[in-house]
Ligand binder design. Structure first.
Ligand SMILES: [Zn+2]
Length: 292
């Protein structure tokens, strides 16, 4: 009998040749010490006052080192994170409603820059601002990308693309809340994709956020505590339709898996049938539950 699992995936967006590398090094050091992997949405071309700055092994050596150690999985975060269009809902986009030839160029050149830097093909795509259109999906599928991570609100119907979809579900500071919510769905497997940006951190040189690196470390230590990783009891039938089950001290009955990568989460959780996505607002903590 299969066991119910809470899959937890971390996603860190925006590192590029022109971002805050000192902060990124600190984050990767903490993740490395605790042996927790993260999927990094790397922007292939940074932008500074002189124009585009292509990614190279020299100007992102900390990313190359973290990748070589297995701390990070690299996903392609667009091309240069440029605001080219605006969606009907008012979100900026580098891909939505952009002419097909321009989308193809951005995806292909961005991919090649990353592949050259990290020495392997890139399998995942994270569209800047989580926005894209069906032209984007078709080209990603044609190029062999294996997953796309955006947000639930913009996750397309599966028939548009053979890619797996691994949408974000909460921000990093909401991880414990999301975990508590996952525990309420005792009879289904659930997935939490927690996203972070530079501006979430107090130590960010730009516009700092509220999460200190010390608090980040504490959250990750909590994630690693043995009580969250005990063997799970066999789960029941998925008969609750994604609704929270009756509370019972579920912490003794669940297993938590730190997915080794977003790709692994896609394979282990999203190949299964997604039963329900909680209907909370975009930035609120929520989870995806699935029958397996
Ligand atoms: Zn971004």
């Amino acid at each position: 009998m299969s066991r119910a699992t809470i899959n937890i995936v971390l996603r860190f967006d925006d590192p590029s040749p022109t971002t805050d590398h000192a902060l990124e090094r600190e984050i990767f050091t903490i993740l490395g010490e605790l042996d927790i992997p993260v999927t990094v949405g790397v922007v292939p071309f940074g932008i500074d006052t002189g124009g585009l700055v292509p990614l190279t092994r020299d100007n992102v050596s900390h990313l190359v080192a973290a990748h070589a150690k297995g701390i990070i999985e690299v996903a392609q975060h667009g091309y240069a994170h440029e605001h080219l269009t605006t969606t009907p809902k008012g979100s900026p986009s580098e891909f939505w409603d952009v002419p097909a030839e321009e989308q193809y160029r951005r995806i292909d050149e961005g991919h090649d820059q990353l592949a050259q830097t990290f020495g392997q093909p890139i399998r995942g795509f994270i569209p800047p601002w989580n926005t894209y259109d069906n032209t984007t999906l078709r080209h990603l599928a044609a190029r062999g990308y294996e997953y796309l991570s955006s947000c639930v609100a913009t996750t397309p119907q599966r028939q548009f693309s053979p890619c797996c979809f691994v949408p974000r579900t909460c921000d990093i500071h909401q991880l414990r809340q999301a975990y508590a919510e996952a525990l309420r769905h005792r009879c289904l497997s659930s997935t939490v994709v927690a996203i972070m940006h530079h501006h979430d951190f107090l130590e960010y040189a730009g516009n700092p956020g509220k999460l200190s690196l010390a608090a980040f470390r504490e959250t990750l230590r909590w994630l690693k505590q043995p009580a969250l990783h005990h063997a799970a009891a066999p789960r029941g039938k998925p008969g609750c339709g994604g609704k929270p089950c009756s509370p019972k001290t579920p912490s003794q009955e669940r297993a938590t898996a730190l997915a080794p990568s977003m790709f692994a989460a896609a394979k282990t959780a999203f190949d299964s049938h997604i039963v329900d996505v909680s209907q909370t607002p975009y930035s609120a903590p929520f989870i995806i539950v699935s029958a397996r």
